[in-house]
Design a protein around this ligand. Structure first.
Ligand code: SF4
Length: 261
């Protein structure tokens, strides 16, 4: 296949993805570079057997592709985006969910809180963090002056419940991630708080140890991001509440600095 044909297919797929998610990925250094197929002859091998060099991703990885910096065109409102998410059947989680959980909160929040995915209660109600962990999350946020009704938005890496509360699979995370990217672009939060390992690893594209790196600051497209313990982990292990509280105090301090500048 000629490189022009490959580029055309790639562009069509990108356009379809943008239409579906409401998010157009920007051009960036990790875009694939297509080459013409090259036919390689081996002794005793017929012309039907080919070796091709299809796609070259110079210096990039799938996570880099998904985390491309955002200078994007965006035509949807948050409500329109969330309406699209509600209709999504992109990954296998669509078959087992009861409700899609796009997220909830205010439109231009100080803070975007990102969890991993809906659990049982969230799946039944179509709202994020409404079970026991959600009650604890609301208390944690309230302790530093945050509230989903006034200055926060709460979303997840995947918008549909993984069965039996298992971790979302990498392909499910990848299928869903452009929705979160679009939400971040529209919400423009001042800071992002990631609850647990799955959320921070997907947002940063890095391997992160929550035990070792909770409370550190990372960045997503210029937005400060901090990981801390997921409220479910705090419910399982009371001893984690103290370090989580220390994280939240640091987070609040940085947020106040940003707001006062
Ligand atoms: Fe679509 Fe995300 Fe739900 Fe999968 S988890 S069906 S990608 S909304």
């Amino acid at each position: 296949m000629k490189k022009e044909e490959k580029q055309l297919i790639y562009t069509l797929l990108k356009t379809a993805d943008a239409y579906e998610s409401g998010y157009t990925r920007p051009q960036f250094a990790g875009e694939p570079v297509f080459q013409d197929d090259t036919e390689v002859s081996f002794p005793g091998v017929t012309g039907e057997s080919r070796q091709s060099s299809d796609v070259e991703m110079p210096g990039s990885s799938p996570s880099m592709t998904e985390n491309a910096s955002a200078t994007m065109t965006q035509s949807l409102t948050l409500d329109e985006l969330n309406a699209k998410i509600l209709r999504c059947t992109r990954c296998g989680l669509a078959r087992t969910r009861n409700n899609v959980v796009p997220g909830m909160g205010v439109e231009h929040p100080d803070v975007l809180v990102i969890g991993e995915g809906p659990g049982h209660d969230e799946d039944m109600q179509g709202l994020p963090f409404v079970g026991k962990a959600g009650v604890l999350l609301d208390r944690m946020l309230a302790a530093i002056g945050l509230d989903r009704k006034t200055n926060c938005y709460i979303a997840n890496i995947v918008k549909c419940r993984p069965p039996e509360n298992r971790n979302p699979m990498p392909d499910e995370q990848s299928a869903c991630f452009s929705f979160l990217e679009a939400q971040i672009h529209l919400l423009k939060p001042k800071m992002i708080l990631c609850m647990g390992k799955i959320a921070i690893e997907k947002i940063t594209g890095q391997n992160i140890s929550i035990n070792a790196q909770h409370g550190e600051f990372f960045e997503y497209n210029g937005i400060p991001v901090m990981p801390t313990y997921h409220p479910s982990a705090l419910l399982r292990n009371e001893e984690l509440k103290r370090p989580a509280w220390e994280d939240l105090k640091l987070f609040k301090k940085r947020l106040d600095e940003i707001k006062n500048n």
